[in-house]
Design a protein. Structure first.
Length: 198
């Protein structure tokens, strides 16, 4: 383990702050630290791109006429298309509601910006993992067939890409991956002892 260099020595009448231990592989711009930074930026961009595409209808997953700024709903298509799992009727009820649209878009945008910038990774990991878990539940990979009788073509009944994204977010937060090629150190100085905001 390395000790952060900003730990100051005690002066007369003052106690020195406790040094913060940082794992060696993220203490500086090592190969591992750079690799995690690259993974962090790429993962954040996945969320950020989804936000921008749904907001502006860039023509990839979302056509221009379906853009949120043009009155489209970022949740209606996906949630109303859920035909599997024990939460099917719940997701249908949520599809296209104003609060689901706002929560989904705020989540995508905030997680994307925070992860790319390397700030608030703990909060982003919690929010992103929850979002991924809900999307995993919507696709319910355990099922072999949908409620309409079609095959789900699930490639893995337990671990799919939603679970992988959730785990990546958790690893990035645990490894303080925002400290390399990001604003992690500056953000930590701003939030201070409120570690849950780091």
């Amino acid at each position: 383990m390395s000790i952060r260099p900003d730990a100051k020595k005690a002066t007369a009448g003052h106690r020195a702050p406790e040094p913060t231990a940082v794992p060696d592989f993220v203490a500086g711009p090592t190969v591992a630290g750079k690799s995690l930074a690259a993974l962090r930026i790429a993962t954040g961009f996945v969320f950020l791109w989804a936000f921008l595409d749904k907001l502006f209808g860039l023509g990839y997953a979302t056509p221009a006429k379906g853009a949120w700024i043009n009155g489209g709903s970022p949740t209606k298509g996906f949630l109303s298309g859920v035909h599997v799992g024990p939460f099917e009727s719940t997701f249908h009820a949520w599809a296209g509601t104003w609060w689901a649209n706002w929560l989904f878009m705020l989540g995508l945008g905030a997680i994307g910006i925070a992860v790319v910038a390397g700030i608030g990774l703990r909060l982003s990991a919690a929010a992103g993992a929850l979002m991924m878990l809900m999307m995993w539940a919507a696709e319910w990979p355990f099922a072999l067939s949908t409620s309409t009788g079609e095959a789900t073509r699930s490639t893995n009944p337990i671990v799919d890409y939603h679970i992988i994204y959730a785990l990546v977010l958790i690893v990035l937060a645990a490894a303080a991956a925002g400290n390399t090629w990001g604003l992690g150190h500056r953000w930590a100085a701003i939030v201070g002892d409120r570690k849950w905001l780091r």
